[in-house]
Design a binder for this molecule. Structure first.
Ligand code: RAT
Ligand code: ZN
Length: 422
């Protein structure tokens, strides 16, 4: 273990370390089994992933409405026929389905959808979660928890809070605040119905009460962070309810409770509403809003991922300036091999080890398998190149040092960021 790494064993060692590292997946849309059927899994869910719906709708000659009227199984059959039978499935989302089936031990060349369905039907969810976590090499997955979602709320308030039950420790919460921040027109009234003394006008009392709402949900969920997905035209400072809620409510509570604020910026919401959950696009954001947050709130911690490729370099440069900013992952449309390669290389060159390289964004449990499989391969290749360059100077490395680096890059930095005093 402390033997120096040689030119000959470098690649193999890095691959082994990256392959075997148990990761913290900092952003997913998965749920612990206690949440019931909002945890998606199985063949039909895999194949009807919204990334694949968008790809299918480029080919088929049916209206969006006709598509949405189909049952889940019919949708899956159409997607399979269109993308896997009539075309070669090499888009990243298609290949992901194949990697998943293969790693589960299914015969991909049979193209036998019936057998695939039967395989999942024979599974018990509890065992299957364990199997997927093992195959994906996960220590824990951070969920996306919306206190405004009625189904989720009920589980938190009835099952977890009342029974004083622990959420499955493999799943950690993230308090997602899109509804509070981006739909104040509706959310203030819901808060009022839930007993918070708020008005539409963001006066002093309302601000105190929104803070109380946040503290209460932090107590209930014990989240790793509070998060919001923001549109590409997000600006701060600005005269809007959203900006005021961030500065007057989120940031003070985030600082006081040491629950960082995660900003995911760059969506063009519902660019094509006919596609529903597959209808969002991407736009370049003005990074000066993140400058503003990091410099004006030096005692707050920010986790940031941006959706536009064009924003990636300036985000890495900004992180060099502010230790309260931790960039993470290659998000959504960036979670493709060519872009992971580019963004990850650049981040390592500008930030060394002080970044979280990847998250899965899995919406379907089984996707953990392929998302981490594909990312690990690219991360190992890039790190091998980086270590080779360092070794070319005469620098000597050990396996323990490689393990230390990879642990930080694949989630460890999240936990040290949470504990760090600023
Ligand atoms: O990647 C996705 O599945 C997107 O639809 C979004 O959920 C995005 O990741 C988000 O968290 O808003
Ligand atoms: Zn997401």
């Amino acid at each position: 273990m402390t033997q120096p790494i040689t030119e000959e064993n470098l690649q193999k060692t890095v691959e082994q370390v990256v392959q075997s590292m148990k990761v913290t997946d900092i952003h997913t849309h998965l749920y612990a089994p206690v949440f019931g059927d909002i945890l998606l899994w199985g063949f039909d869910e895999l194949v009807t992933y919204h990334y694949l719906k968008a790809e299918t709708m480029r080919w088929v000659d049916i209206s969006y409405d006709q598509y949405w009227q189909m049952s889940k199984v019919e949708q899956a059959d159409l997607i399979w026929q269109t993308l896997f039978v009539e075309n070669t499935p090499y888009s990243e989302a298609c290949r992901g389905v194949l990697t998943t089936l293969q790693r589960l031990g299914l015969d991909v060349k049979s193209r036998d959808v019936q057998t695939y369905r039967e395989y999942f039907e024979s599974k018990k969810l509890e065992d299957y979660v364990r199997q997927v976590f093992d195959l994906a090499g996960l220590k824990c997955a951070v969920m996306t928890n919306d206190p405004f979602n009625p189904q989720e709320r009920t589980v938190w308030l009835d099952k977890i809070k009342q029974a004083k039950a622990e959420v499955d420790p493999r799943f950690r919460a993230a308090l997602r605040l899109d509804v509070l921040l981006c739909s104040w027109e509706q959310s203030w009234d819901l808060l009022r119905q839930w007993g918070f003394d708020v008005t539409h006008d963001l006066n002093e009392r309302t601000i105190e009460e929104v803070q109380r709402f946040l503290r209460e949900w932090i107590r209930i969920m014990d989240p790793v962070y509070m998060a919001v997905s923001l549109p590409f035209d997000f600006q701060l400072p600005e005269e809007s309810a959203r900006a005021q809620l961030i500065e007057s409510c989120i940031l003070p509570v985030s600082r006081e409770t040491n629950v960082p604020f995660a900003l995911m910026v760059g969506v063009k919401r519902q660019l094509n509403p006919g596609l529903k959950d597959a209808g969002d696009g991407v736009g370049k954001m003005d990074i000066s809003s993140i400058d503003y947050l990091c410099s004006q709130y030096p005692h707050n911690k920010f986790l940031v991922t941006l959706l536009a490729r064009e924003n990636q370099h300036e985000l890495a440069v900004l992180a060099r300036k502010f230790r309260n900013l931790l960039p993470f992952g290659c998000w959504w449309f960036l979670n493709n091999p060519s872009l992971i390669e580019e963004i990850t290389s650049m981040r390592l060159e500008l930030l060394g080890n002080s970044v979280i390289l990847q998250h899965s964004d899995a919406r379907v449990l089984d996707q953990l398998i392929y998302k981490w499989d594909h990312s690990r391969k690219i991360i190992a290749q890039i790190l091998t190149r980086k270590y080779r360059d360092v070794m070319a100077t005469g620098w000597v490395l050990t396996e323990a040092e490689i393990r230390r680096d990879v642990e930080k890059l694949m989630g460890g930095n999240l936990w040290s960021f949470l504990e760090r005093k600023l």
